[in-house]
Design a protein. Sequence first.
Length: 185
Amino acid sequence: MAKQSTKARVYPRYPRSSILTYDGTTVAHYLLGGAGIVLGYNLSWVAYLSGALYVAFSLVQMYVLMPLMVCPNCVYYRMEGALCISGMNVVSRKMAGQGNLEDFPKRGQGLLCHNNLYIASLVIPIVAMVPALALYFSWAVLGVFCAVVGLLLFRFFVLFPKIACIHCAAKHGCPNAQSLGISNS
């Protein structure tokens, strides 16, 4: 019997539940990561500063740099009435002029490309909490560490392949969808 190939439905407008899941997971990751850094280093002024700088960096790269650097080159920017998984295409239209669709894959090129900044924002708190757990172990920090790791795993194994990227209109030219192996699904 021949195996039938079914393509995932592409969303010109993501459902609100998907957007809330994506943005909620993102913001929770950043806030818990910042809290884990602060708690991990005994609530010192350096810990507060480091945690605040991490949260600021993460929020800026996601909610300022992405609408300026990535979204203008995305198909969702051009689609009338469209709403992408993060909702940033709507913000981008107010912040930046239209870019070039051919430049969309550049989001994954270069040392300081947006993809690398995005991955850094997800990994920094995990890397920062490991020494804290070794030096100043606490159950609270271990709990936050597990929650942040859990959010990262949820993002890569559920959110991207089943909720976000699989239904994205930009997946055919996106380096993220290509790396997940879903650019042709």
